[in-house]
Write a protein of this length. Structure first.
Length: 321
């Protein structure tokens, strides 16, 4: 179907234009304002979260949203689910907190390693810049936990939107089952971004890096909520953002900027209140700060994903969660 406003081509079943977001005219006898669900989806809307490990196909009704609405709804969901979201985000921080308690010098060595690696002339030294042996498995463990926390949060936000309830055990089960796929997906995306990163010195790498990142990053909710394999998720994400890249970029960068501003502001305040903090306290404060802010960003990310789908596929969206 061709949009009469911007002449963009859309799917025959689309209700909103993927290019400009305007409602498409009535087509095939279906009103763009009222669309009945197919019979096979009616049962899915009665889904109730359980502690069973099998995912359930559900249907969510989503209207295209502007940036202000996305931010407001993200804050609302974050506030309503604050405790489970915070605890899930805090778990990946535990390895570094435990290490700071048992071996504070390891954290200091790691900070020295980072300073030397990035060429920070204020803190860098001529000492060895090798990564402390204990930290490598610790970083890998924390990264794996962060990936799990990310995927669990994606599923929980979808559950909240579908029925207004969440099932942490089910979300954990789905994430653990797909952890290998998630790792493979992450490796593929990182590999795809290597060339743009290498080209950053030539400046041309920066726009390429941003463009490809936005095109690929929605592969994570696609995998978790549409039951795709890594390559299928990447292909789906690429097509989902097609003709909607600026919308996806604007919304994503807005959440990222809010995260940076809040984290910087709170960090400055805490450093002024607790100067020279180190050891367990020094590691716990950033961990709590990160756990407070990342769920809001993850929630916004899911809402952006649903918004992109609603503009391409219509207001009724099928998900697995």
């Amino acid at each position: 179907m061709i949009c009469q406003t911007c002449n963009a081509e859309n799917l025959a079943s689309a209700v909103f234009c993927g290019g400009c977001g305007e409602r498409l005219p009535d087509h095939e006898g279906v009103s763009p304002t009222i669309r009945e669900l197919p019979p096979q989806y009616e049962q899915a809307t009665k889904y109730e979260p359980t502690s069973e490990t099998e995912p359930t196909v559900s249907t969510i009704s989503v209207e295209p949203k502007d940036l202000g609405t996305l931010l407001t709804e993200s804050l609302t969901i974050y506030r309503q689910r604050f405790i489970p979201f915070f605890l899930i985000a805090f778990i990946p921080q535990l390895p570094f907190i435990l290490l700071s308690i048992t071996s504070p010098e390891s954290i200091s060595n790691f900070q020295l390693f980072i300073s030397n690696a990035v060429g920070n002339t204020e803190t860098a030294t001529t000492e060895s810049t090798s990564l402390p042996g204990l930290l490598l498995p610790l970083i890998l463990t924390a990264s794996l936990l962060e990936l799990l926390a990310f995927s669990i949060t994606l599923v929980l936000v979808a559950q909240h939107l579908v029925v207004g309830k969440i099932d942490v055990l089910l979300a954990l089960s789905l994430s653990v089952k797909k952890i290998l796929y998630l790792i493979i997906l992450l490796i593929i995306i990182v590999a795809a971004l290597i060339i743009p990163v290498l080209l950053i010195a030539l400046l041309v790498g920066i726009p390429i890096l941003v463009y490809v990142s936005i095109k690929l990053f929605f592969a994570f909710p696609v995998m978790m909520l549409e039951n795709k394999d890594p390559l299928g998720a990447i292909s789906r994400s690429w097509k989902l953002v097609e003709k909607q890249w600026w919308k996806a970029f604007t919304a994503s960068i807005s959440f990222f900027i809010i995260f940076i501003i809040l984290s910087t502001l709170i960090s400055v305040i805490l450093q002024s209140m607790l100067p020279g903090t180190n050891g367990a306290i020094g590691a716990t404060i950033p961990a709590i700060l990160n756990s407070l802010l990342t769920p809001f960003v993850y929630t916004g990310f899911v809402l952006i994903y649903f918004d992109l789908r609603s503009r391409k596929e219509g207001t009724h969206i099928n998900i697995t969660a």
